[in-house]
Design a protein around this ligand. Sequence first.
Ligand code: ASP
Length: 424
Amino acid sequence: MTNNTHPKQSNFWRRIPLWQKILAGLALGILAGALLGEDATVFKPIGDIFISAIKMLIVPLVFTTLVVGITSMRDPQKMGRIGARTIGLYLITTAFAIAIGLLASTLFQPGVGLEMSFDKPVEAKEAPTLVEILVGLVPQNPVDALANGNIMQIIVFAIGLGIALTLIGDKGEPVVRVFESFAQAMYKLTEIVMAFAPFGVFGLIATVSGSYGMEVLLPLAKVIGVAYLASLVHVLVVYSGLLAFLGRLNPMRYLRGILDALVVAYSSASSSGTLPVSLRCAQKNLGVSEGVSGFVLPVGATINMDGTAIYQGVVVLFIAQLVGVDLSLMDYGMIIATGTLASIGTAGVPGAGLIMLSIVLAQVGLPLEAIAVVAGIDRILDMARTSVNVAGDLMVTTLVGKSEGELDLNIYNAIDEASNTSLK
Ligand code: ASP
């Protein structure tokens, strides 16, 4: 081997845009899992290292981005407006999501004609009350919140600190500069970790695709298909529609700009874990400001779970069909109301939606034991719902950014060039 083959190889690797490498990792991972079966778990450590590396970014990245975002906004009223719009849009899209899930299951009837037995007892979870959610928002000890990665409490502290730094003016300048510099370093570190994403995604997907045999998937293929279809419709119709009509933005640019985040969400099944990637997509590919993305995305990763809401709608009806129970109009209203609350209470970690399903089932009197039927395929459903969860956060971030004049249209409309910049 001569000395100059090395630089050439690395140039070739660098010239391929990151999103293409990540997609290739996804495709090769599925293939490796299909060919190797259970043996594909040898690649699991690669995926685990990648997930740990992005999780490592979450707390410092969210904290510094948000403090910098608030201090650069210099307008407390604007903060209130952004907060109200964010929560409003999150709630509306979630209600739409459950409705679409219910509609899809009503149309395609995935549970009709299936014979499944289940007898393992399951305990119902309680939905958190609004008061509990509010009380839990304020950290008693910010260091504790940072150490435990409690995103909502970190957001509250960062907003407080940002406002205080703005209010003390010049005296706050040195601290603001430290945060700005820290935030820049965190963006760089995110890029470095993302350069590893194609391998990480490969490791994660190979493991999942290797451990699910057809004998598990086939009997439930219909409910998987309905959940995936409803998810696709939600993203393509509701999100694209809102972007086009409310934001007057080209939805294709949005879809193209969020690709990295979608693939990482799909392979990791964790919207909190995907947060660093979502922040990067929002700022670099879509052109949303640090202030808006630093607030809207972490809030979304904690409370906005449209994919989980769709899943609740689809699966609750699926179970009703399976056990032959006819639901009344009241029940449907109940499912939409509790499903929305349950999705807010769902943590952005793998498998959380499955646990929250018990709340909705209990509410309409369906047997909780039926959860066992979908538990076997939960990862497959989780990957789809997490992708929608992340897509929803990014859609709302884009809309709020646009409405506040915090969306750089030059970046938004030039996504092809922007997302081609891999690690420099
Ligand atoms: N895994 C999902 C997420 O991280 C939550 C869920 O299980 O529904 O967004």
